[in-house]
Write a protein that binds this ligand. Structure first.
Ligand code: ADP
Ligand code: MG
Length: 696
């Protein structure tokens, strides 16, 4: 066995391990539970728990934890020892079925958006047997959902599981209409490409902005940025290579299929792409990947930055959420087929996605909205805040031909009728490579590129699954029971294309002309997080999620509140960090430099009475002008940031940060960055962009 084979999944209680370790009957019953989503029999749970414990102990684990994903966006765990006392004063290692299935963490320290009444602070975690348990740092981690005692979701996993169920149900209805009798189950699949930066720990430690905010609040561009385009796919530095190797090992042990790793466009920026898997597992894996990226960086004397925009003036980091939908019989429903009926099915699912993206632009936008991602969307190399879809010229022409019932050149001038004609084959590589589209068809999947690098992919996938489930539901409602299925389908497809083609845009999404064009088409442009968030509780969206039982109305209101609160907190921390860095570091350094320059002038003048000291004097004047401006703006920033905290209504507070605090942060930064460029290096109080992005 190769090293990789031996290592891969060695810390995962996966299917192969279960088959080996569980009694046959237990294994079968568990599989059934996993496949049908049935409740687990307590006797089976005991048997699974016991086998899981033995397996974990063999691998050196001493503790177990219910691993969950609260609304903080990161994962949470509370460790319990396997150890239990015996009557004779000794100890044994114990883990019961009850402990496997359910945990009771105190929910009061996690965001609940007002869902959890204070008299009922307890929450509970429930095992999600569709995601395998694993060992991390000597602890057996059991993936769980996290709910309040009233049953409301307090996490990112519960609604994701519900959305997976919703799309399965509706897709099955549509597949039945196409005569797929052998399909039992439909799953969505995701591969999440993850971008990140690596910086040297010793520089990181000298910057409070990186420590507290995860991004730089100050910093002038070095003479060389990314303009030479020499970093993307460039050769990887030895130190970074060692990091990536180590990272792969750790991820492989956890059964995470990390596959390609390369340099990204910006200096010090890199990307990791995994092989896709089911959405639930992909989401767990992405959370783990982010955690392990950070941990492994520490071992290499580096810090991994997952923030969406750690540095101004160079590319930010995103997460490309590759999404598709396939059957348990192995058919990717977004893969164009070769036979007429396969093509009809493909076009139907494609149209379901088109309709969903158009109808729920706002929800997709929200799923990628955060204070951090606001710096990225619409900026250099990031897709704009407007949702549109890239299909490529060929596929777009095909849709136009179907809609108009006209000839399609590529199809021997035949009229394209769905379910009757074979679609012309279009080569896959013409379908990709529009990097400016937020939502691109890439041959057999869609790539949603707006998601921020630090975000959980749960939110975007909840929206995709549910919105597409809704399209499929509408389709099934209309088509079921129709005598002439092909005619009804043709009508439906034509209408869907006509009504939703405004969302298709194959041009340059970074172009200003697109903003105007999108407005003409009636597409939404929700520029910032406070602009986007109110749509979360738009009745149309509440209807969508409650009808498909993904969120209750109360859960939606609570999530709206949590997102607003998070935005305000991030803004508050950033403003305060900036104010204090200005006062404690930048002002003292610049004044020290001015003092030295002034002393020089005085000494020169006393030594050489006629000396004009032009350079020194001009420098002093410029420095003190900038310092004054920065001082005034910093005072204003402090004042506004304090005023924001006094606003009790959350939406209003978020708007206030957007309108008053952010502009002053920009002003303070502009003066500081100019000061940095003319202050002698030995006075400047923190590592520069040059240090951070080139000295890894
Ligand atoms: P490209 O680089 O051309 O976009 P790749 O095949 O390299 O395409 O895939 C990019 C990402 O998309 C990978 O993370 C991959 O696992 C994922 N991916 C590929 N096929 C699917 C699919 N059917 N469903 C979800 N993700 C997929
Ligand atoms: Mg990609």
């Amino acid at each position: 066995m190769s090293r990789v084979n031996e290592m891969f999944g060695s810390m995962v209680f996966n299917d192969a391990t279960m088959r080996e370790k569980l009694p046959k009957e237990t294994y079968k019953a568990l599989k059934k539970t996993i496949q049908n989503g049935k409740v687990l029999d307590p006797a089976i749970a005991s048997s699974v728990a016991s086998a899981m414990k033995d397996w974990a102990l063999e691998r050196g684990a001493t503790h177990y934890t219910h691993w969950f994903q609260p609304m903080t966006g990161v994962t949470a765990e509370k460790h319990d020892g396997f150890i239990a006392p015996t009557d004779d004063g000794g100890a044994i290692m114990e883990f019961s079925g009850k402990e496997l299935i359910k945990g009771e963490p105190d929910a009061s320290s996690f965001p609940s958006g007002g869902l959890r009444a204070t008299f009922e602070a307890r929450g509970y975690t429930a095992w999600d047997p569709t995601s395998y348990a694993f060992i991390k740092d000597g602890t057996l981690c059991i993936p769980t959902a996290f709910c309040s005692y009233g049953g409301e979701a307090l996490d990112k996993k519960t609604p994701l599981l519900r959305s997976i169920e919703a799309i399965n149900k509706q897709a099955m209805r549509v597949l039945k209409l196409f005569g797929n009798e052998d399909v039992k189950n439909v799953v969505t699949t995701v591969g999440a490409e993850q971008e990140y930066f690596l910086v040297d720990r010793k520089y990181f430690d000298q910057r409070n902005d990186l420590i507290y905010c995860g991004r730089t609040l100050f910093g002038a561009m070095p003479p060389k940025g990314q303009e030479l385009d020499d970093h993307y796919f460039g050769s990887i530095k030895t130190r970074v290579k060692a990091y990536m190797r180590d990272l792969d090992d750790e991820l492989w042990k956890l059964g995470i299929l990390a596959k390609t790793e390369h340099n990204e466009a910006a200096p010090a920026q890199h990307e990791l792409a995994p092989i896709y898997t089911s959405t639930n597992i992909a989401t767990d894996h992405n959370q783990l990947t982010m955690e392990i990226m950070k941990r492994v960086a520490e071992r290499h004397g580096m810090v991994c930055l997952l923030h969406e925009k750690p540095f101004e003036g160079i590319n930010g980091s995103g997460k490309h959420n590759n999404w598709s939908i396939s059957t348990d019989t192995g058919v990717n429903l977004l893969e164009p087929g070769k036979l007429p009926h396969e093509n009809a099915q493909f076009i139907t699912f494609l149209c379901a996605v088109i309709k969903a993206v158009d109808d729920y632009q706002d929800m997709l936008r929200i799923s990628a909205a955060s204070a951090g991602n606001d710096h990225r969307l619409g900026a250099n190399e990031a897709p704009p805040a407007i949702i549109s879809m890239f299909l490529g010229d060929e596929l777009t022409e095909i849709l136009e031909a179907i809609e108009g019932g006209v000839d399609y050149e590529g199809a021997d001038k035949r009229e394209l009728e769905i379910g009757v004609h074979v679609l012309p084959h279009f080569p896959q590589d013409t379908t990709d490579r529009n990097r400016t589209s937020p939502f691109a068809f890439t041959g057999n999947k869609f790539e949603f590129r707006m998601v921020g690098s630090s975000m959980s992919i749960s939110g975007p996938n909840i929206v995709l699954n549910t919105a597409i489930a809704e399209s499929l539901k509408k389709f099934a409602d209309e088509l079921e029971g129709k005598e002439n299925f092909t005619a009804a389908l043709n009508k439906l497809i034509k209408r869907t294309i006509r009504e939703h083609k405004r969302i298709i845009f194959n041009g340059n999404g970074y172009d200003d002309a697109w903003v105007k064009e999108a407005e003409k088409r009636g597409l939404q442009n929700l520029r910032t997080t406070p602009d986007a968030l109110p749509e979360f509780i738009n009745p149309k969206n509440i209807k969508l999620f409650t009808e498909h039982k993904v969120f209750t109305e109360a859960e939606m209101h609570s999530r709206y509140e949590i997102h607003l609160e998070n935005y305000c907190k991030v803004m508050g921390i950033e403003a305060n960090t900036m104010v204090s860095m200005a006062k404690k570091y930048i002002f003292p350094s610049v004044t020290a430099y001015i003092k030295d320059l002034s002393n020089t002038v005085n000494e020169l003048k006393s030594a050489v009475p006629n000396a004009n000291c032009k350079a020194e004097t001009e420098l002093i004047v410029t420095l003190s002008k900038l310092l004054n401006a920065m001082f005034e703006d910093n005072n204003k920033l402090e004042e506004f940031s304090l005023a924001a905290t006094k606003i009790s209504e959350l939406q209003e507070r978020a708007n206030y940060y957007r309108d008053n605090v952010i502009p002053y942060m920009a002003k303070v930064r502009a003066s500081a960055d100019e000061l940095e460029l003319i202050t002698a290096k030995k006075y400047w109080p923190m590592p520069t962009y040059g240090d951070l992005i080139y000295k890894v």
